[in-house]
Design a protein around this ligand. Sequence first.
Ligand code: BTN
Length: 269
Amino acid sequence: MHSGGRILEYCGLFSNLETKKYGRTAAFLGSIDSTNNYIKKLEHYLPDGFVALAKKQENGRGRSGKEFYSPSGHGLYMSVLVKDEKAVSDSLATVKACLAACRAIDRITGTDKDNGVGIKWVNDIYYKGRKLCGILCERSEGADGKMYVVIGIGINLFFDRGEAPPYLREIAGSVFDVSGVEYHAPTLCAEIVNELEQLLSDENDSKKVLDEYRGRSIVLGQEISVIQGDEEKRAAALDICEDGSLLVRYENGFTSKLCGGEISIRRSW
Ligand code: BTN
């Protein structure tokens, strides 16, 4: 029932899994084009909460059509299938995915939100100015006509600068940089899945979720560039809105809510 890659082992690897549903069905894959693609191809056969975890991606995808460098062994490349209607229509699903990854990294590295990793809107996780995690959430219509979401999370566990493509050498970091330990991908994956199930359950107070996201933001209060095609506009990052969009004020005084796209941080005010 799968296409591409080889299923190596199932979720017995997730000895630290504490969920009811998420990650209880999973595939641990060797080399695959992309774990998001894997789930999207098989969505019809897979249950809510299914997790695909790969050792390597040949065509790891990032946002805005960019590649996500996914070398063998040193990274966590995972995707989670979300079919539950409430979770699928949750406008904060991406925000929650990002918080799940931050909390899990804090837990295994022993850091916390004040001295650990931070979030660069929308969904990149940084440590000391370097990106160590990217998240790609994709919403699609399933074969049964119902919408589903694939949450794809890529984390550098160790970043080998010598091996990496030159354009990444100065911008990428890893979880190893946080604590000097290279973690086992399935262990971190299960921690993320534990957090994700809890965050996507409907008992969550969205104000608390947003406050946690704001508290981890490395963008708020900063002067940024908003990148739209070939154009870059200077703006101030003011707030994260209730739907997870970024409120900015441009130099001409106009304010705007950004729902997606790319920004870069220029400097602190
Ligand atoms: C980004 O940095 O723009 C998002 C990167 C998302 C990468 C993850 S790795 C697992 C999943 N499969 C993919 O092809 N992409 C996501």
